[in-house]
Design a protein around this ligand. Structure first.
Ligand code: AMP
Length: 224
């Protein structure tokens, strides 16, 4: 399947995209992770996007679309993928539609995880990431209490753009520029909306169930 995850920062897109990727046997492609990796390794791309990411603003469409197109051309994305954090503007959604249409492989569904803004802020302010392997832990996870990653033992830190001030800016950017993308997929009859205010397994079960009409038949790795 070819899926897009939508929702406020903090809605749980990354968590659900990871679980779905394992369930369906397809890669999760996160533009946020790609930008953070570029920043950490101080590449040319990292230098180009640094200011935007640190301020909680969107990286220009041209750079982002080129990065995603390059990533989607990799062999592991041939039989499906889950895009997490892209598209974030209507021009990005249009570029993605055109690229995939040219290959005859359109997006099957866009999953919108619905949470309210205050809940999103609470989750963002409470989450921590491993400074070594990048694993993310939600507010209240035992790893956050211990300050250590249970996968690699690395120290947990707050993402620089997860401070409350930057998080509020990211939410504003989302409302202005990304929410219209939800309407874009609704108009294409590709939108699935789930209530993200529940426990992780419940949200996952709801997503899997909601994807059935879009071609998911429950078999891992299936790519209609
Ligand atoms: P995320 O981890 O998805 O919240 O992304 C972190 C940051 O990366 C965002 O606040 C933006 O600065 C940048 N970013 C990620 N994805 C995109 C995108 N599709 N378009 C523009 N900027 C993006």
């Amino acid at each position: 399947m070819r899926l897009v995850m939508l929702g406020l920062p903090g809605a749980g897109k990354g968590t659900q995209a990871d679980l779905l990727a394992k369930e369906l046997g397809i890669p999760r492609i996160s533009t946020g992770d790609m930008f953070r990796e570029a920043l950490q390794s101080d590449t040319e791309l990292g230098r180009q996007v640094k200011e935007y990411v640190e301020r909680g603003e969107l990286v220009p469409d041209s750079l982002t679309v080129a990065l995603v197109e390059q990533r989607l051309s990799q062999p592991d994305a041939r039989d499906g993928f889950i895009l997490d954090g892209f598209p974030r503007t209507v021009p990005q959604a249009e570029a993605l539609r055109d690229t995939l249409a040219a290959a005859g492989k359109p997006i099957d569904a866009a999953v919108f995880i619905d949470v309210d803004q205050e809940e999103a802020i609470r989750r963002i302010a409470g989450r921590r990431v491993c400074s070594q392997c990048g694993a993310t832990y939600g507010a209240g996870a035992p790893e956050v209490e211990a300050g250590r990653c249970s996968q690699c033992g690395g120290p947990l830190v707050q993402r620089p753009d997860d401070t409350e001030e930057t998080a509020r800016r990211r939410l504003q950017v989302y409302m202005d520029q990304t929410h219209p993308v939800v309407e874009f997929y609704r108009a294409e009859n590709r939108l699935v909306t789930v209530d993200g205010g529940r426990d992780v397994p419940e949200v996952l079960a709801d997503i899997l169930e909601s994807l059935r009409p879009f071609g998911l038949d429950g078999r891992a790795g299936d790519a209609p």
